[in-house]
Ligand binder design. Structure first.
Ligand SMILES: Cc1cc2nc3c(=O)[nH]c(=O)nc-3n(C[C@H](O)[C@H](O)[C@H](O)COP(=O)(O)OP(=O)(O)OC[C@H]3O[C@@H](n4cnc5c(N)ncnc54)[C@H](O)[C@@H]3O)c2cc1C
Length: 408
């Protein structure tokens, strides 16, 4: 392993959830890795590790197991044992039960900030990882023998070189922009309002997804009896919803959610996120790959964004380690990654987008159709199982990490 001050085998731009996961996945490999992150990892303004909680699919657990990181993460998660999907005021309902399907849990809810702490601890303990943070990517050029990356750190401009750069710098990716990679962006004209809510009844590890006339809402089980709320509202109503006092907010939420969790008693700080489907038109170039939100931003309706991103991580890490005599930045190597990921990305983006459109619509035939779909799903186990395997990240050709097996 070459150890010069400025040269890396791999430079990851963005130390958010996906970039940090890739660095952790490649920890202890004979590769010198730099992670360039704009915001200090433990700072309260870190955008990836903010007030949100996310649902990790069972497949993400397998990947963390393969990375040797699950033990640390398990201590901070709340398992989802059952999922209950309903359409307010209509007949359709679907239930999923981990025990019945033979899994310990269908997924796990984790607070982003807590997950960020675990990543920070792991990254600082791995000898082959250098955290270049806080530092901002300013420019890069791709040459025949390396990529040259210009960063600004402590007011100084430095040039680093690397065999491969990976853009994991989120939905507004500067890497994507500097590379001139075009993307499609479909604004849903909706925002997700998130908050922690404390109900009077025990959540019993059930995740609720409820479709309402003012948009889908999810209440996910969390620690200390709390539930993590993701409430999708039309953009023109978001200021109103954010402006409600806590009592009005809880009353409005209760009306839409019903009494399954008893009285919704307390709500924490609210945040709103504008929602769009964004997909990069290319994800690889010689010496360059885009992963996570830099490659695809999804609506949170089915909790798939990070879960898709960590499957990018598992596949890219395997392709990099498997490159052997080939250069890790070679297009032939990166093409293997690109082809591997296409089907899963298309499928999950299509599924998520379809759900948003079907469940944000009040046209009568669609309402009848979606309720019949929910019922059919409940009554036809093979259909339900196929959907579960896909959304749990267990379908298709799985990388080693996604089977819980270490890279080497
Ligand atoms: C309301 C909501 C709920 C969600 N719920 C779920 C869920 O339940 N399950 C799920 O799987 N997904 C969920 N997601 C999606 C998930 O949050 C994202 O998929 C995930 O955060 C993507 O991680 P990322 O690392 O790719 O990007 P980001 O989280 O955006 O991180 C990008 C990082 O790059 C850094 N960066 C940016 N530009 C630069 C630069 N120029 N130089 C250096 N560093 C830079 C940023 O500081 C940041 O740390 C949800 C999303 C939302 C909005």
């Amino acid at each position: 392993m070459e150890k010069t001050a400025q040269h890396f085998d791999l430079l990851i731009i963005g130390g958010g959830m996906v970039g940090a996961s890739l660095a952790c996945a490649l920890g202890n490999q004979p590769l010198r890795i730099g992670v360039i992150e704009a915001v200090p990892l433990r700072s309260s303004s870190q955008p990836s590790y903010d007030d949100r909680s996310i649902a990790l699919a069972f497949g993400a657990r397998k990947i963390f197991e393969g990375m040797g990181l699950w033990q640390q993460i398990e201590a901070i998660v709340t398992p989802i044992k059952k999922i209950h999907v309903s359409d307010r005021g209509h007949f359709g309902t679907t239930r999923m039960d981990a025990a019945r399907e033979g899994y310990p849990a269908l997924g796990y809810v984790v607070e982003n900030r807590e997950l960020g702490q675990r990543f920070a601890e792991q990254l600082t303990s791995l000898p082959n990882i250098e955290l270049i943070c806080p530092a901002q990517l300013k420019n890069f050029t791709i040459n025949a023998d390396c990529a040259e990356v210009v960063v600004e750190r402590d007011g100084r401009v430095e040039t680093l070189t690397s065999k491969l750069i990976v853009g994991a710098d989120g939905g507004r990716s500067v890497v994507r922009q500097l590379a001139g990679i075009s993307y499609s962006s479909d604004d849903y004209n909706q925002s997700a309002v998130i908050a922690n809510v404390t109900p009077s009844k025990d959540h019993r590890n059930v995740a609720y997804e409820r479709f309402t006339d003012s948009g889908p809402l999810a209440l996910l089980p969390m620690s200390r009896g709390r539930c993590s709320l993701v409430w999708t509202v039309n953009r023109d109503r978001v200021d109103e919803v954010m402006g409600w006092d806590d009592k009005t907010f809880l009353t409005q939420l209760q009306q839409r959610f019903g009494m399954r969790l008893g009285v919704l008693q307390k709500v924490g700080r609210r945040n709103a996120y504008p929602l769009a489907l964004v997909r990069a038109d290319e994800q690889i170039r010689p010496r360059l790959a885009l992963i996570g939100n830099a490659a695809h931003v999804l609506h949170p309706i089915a909790g798939q964004g990070f879960n898709l991103g960590i499957r990018d991580v598992a596949a890219l890490a395997e392709v990099i380690v498997g490159a052997k005599e080939e250069e890790i930045g070679a297009l032939s190597v990166l093409t293997r990654y690109d082809q591997w990921r296409k089907r899963d990305q298309d499928c999950i983006a299509g599924l998520t987008d379809g759900l948003v459109r079907i469940f944000s619509n009040q046209i009568t035939p669609l309402v009848i159709g979606r309720n019949s779909g929910l019922l059919a799903m409940d009554m036809i186990p093979p259909l339900k199982r196929a959907l579960m395997r896909q959304t749990m990240g267990l379908a298709g050709k799985l990388p080693r990490l996604a089977r819980g097996i270490p890279l080497s």
